[in-house]
Write a protein that binds this ligand. Structure first.
Ligand code: DX5
Ligand code: ZN
Length: 212
């Protein structure tokens, strides 16, 4: 199981948190970008993100919780440490247009779905996708409780991938700890994203290893 770590709810200051994740066993730094419109909170611009991670060694898995994700594709594509760029299905009238924009860059493309969004909505997009990010909390803040009712979506996505020979990875974001990671692993997820469980602890590697 791969592990991405989100830094937005931490017991440490931002710089310390980012350094601790960068030096940890995590596979990715999961970058939550919020615009105050798609979700209530707002945090960083692309320029902020560029500065914050310019000295990091790890690859970035960028989760855009923003309306008009198309506006940010060009700038993220210029950053050599971004591997995945993920938009929300619910954030754009024609997600396929944004997906195609990202596919014309060196970045891998992800699509995120809110807890209430059914997998059937994204089925026509799945052959173009490198990562499906299944939200297991309402997007917008860390420290919420994992919603077990999303587990069937992981199984559905795994079956669709197998039946069609697609290649996307299945990631799960929100409320991940050792117990809920076990559930999503059993359902067939390839990656978990964890925020507070890792960043509110002293030993990041111990927590990360307990999720694999
Ligand atoms: C939620 C974010 C998550 C969040 C995870 O909107 O997308 O990445 O930070 O935090 P925890 O693990 O605390 O739920
Ligand atoms: Zn996230």
């Amino acid at each position: 199981m791969k592990v991405g770590v989100s830094f937005i709810s931490s017991d440490y200051d931002l710089e310390t948190t980012i350094n601790k994740i960068d030096e940890s066993n995590a596979d990715y730094i999961h970058v939550d970008m919020m615009d105050g419109i798609f979700v209530e909170n707002s945090n960083y611009t692309v320029q902020d993100i560029k500065k914050m991670f310019k000295n990091c060694n790890k690859k970035l898995d960028v989760h855009m919780m923003v309306c008009s994700p198309n506006k940010f594709v060009k700038d993220f594509a210029k950053m050599s440490n971004v591997e995945y760029l993920t938009l929300h299905y619910e954030a754009h009238r024609r997600p396929i247009d944004v997906i195609n924009m990202i596919r014309h860059t060196p970045l891998k493309v992800g699509i995120a779905i809110n807890p209430e969004t059914k997998v059937s909505h994204i089925v026509p997009l799945l052959n173009h996708i490198d990562q499906v990010l299944v939200m297991s909390v309402k997007p917008g803040k860390g420290g919420q409780e994992f919603m077990k009712e999303i587990l069937y979506k992981i199984e559905t996505l795994r079956d669709i991938r197998e039946e069609n020979g697609y290649h996307y990875i299945i990631s799960v974001d929100g409320g991940i700890n050792a117990e809920t990671a076990k559930l999503v692993r059993k359902a067939g997820a390839d990656m978990v994203i964890s925020g507070s469980y890792v960043c509110k602890s002293e030993d990041y590697n111990k927590q990360i290893d307990s999720l694999r």
